[in-house]
Write a protein that binds this ligand. Sequence first.
Ligand SMILES: Nc1ncnc2c1ncn2[C@@H]1O[C@H](COP(=O)(O)OP(=O)(O)OP(=O)(O)O)[C@@H](O)[C@H]1O
Ligand SMILES: [Mg+2]
Length: 242
Amino acid sequence: MEELYRIENLGKSFGNKKVLQNINLKIFKGEIFTFMGPSGVGKTTLLRLLNLLEMPTTGTLIFDGNDNAILQKNNVMRRMSMLFQRPAIFNTSVFNNVAYGLEIRKVDKKTIEKKVIDALAIVGLAGCEKQKALTLSGGEAQRMAFARAIVFKPDVLLLDEPTANLDPANVAKIEDIIRKIRNELGTTIILASHNIHQVRRLADRVGILLNGELIEVNTKEQIFTHPFDARSYAFINGEIIY
Ligand SMILES: Nc1ncnc2c1ncn2[C@@H]1O[C@H](COP(=O)(O)OP(=O)(O)OP(=O)(O)O)[C@@H](O)[C@H]1O
Ligand SMILES: [Mg+2]
């Protein structure tokens, strides 16, 4: 398996508040990797570090073999896409919302049209191009945000609690979309989730964060049946409040 990320001894402090420390991790191309951990443990911060939106206080981050990724972040970030819990919606058509990432990359009009239509088909919004984005339902808006995030075929899609505010039917649709993006486009997916059931349904591998440290990284099967750290067991079984 080829590495997409390698992070070594990564740490992040805000002022004198240590949020993350001593994070060591490899993420492989094409996998669905999930971070779990209590609220406030640093999941969003870690995704922002992986997306190069935030600079680490200590340690190194190697992206696709490039150990200068942080210094070259303007180029490297173009290969990444992050979807926030509450996606921004521009007050224009669905088409324009999805086309945005291609327009800033100066892609020609014909190609933009084809790619937007393909992306909307993947998320089940074919035919909605002309609708005003602000009139979409919550679940549709989230799916549009997925189309916007994948339209330029990023190497990695970072998802921060992508289904937190959705009803079960839309959660299932979003999970299908996540699988489809990985299976059909080969995109590496890194997901922060509170939802243990969702992790069970989606993840290949899981990392558990506790008190600012990555206490265990393991396959989903192992983590749910034979975790090697007693605290992982406690977390998964709801004995650690989050
Ligand atoms: N820019 C910042 N300045 C100061 N503190 C910050 C900043 N960003 C995050 N933090 C702090 O870092 C800690 C981790 O926050 P983070 O949002 O990463 O947690 P989380 O695991 O995503 O939580 P949740 O599950 O509630 O989303 C929190 O204590 C938060 O207040
Ligand atoms: Mg968060």
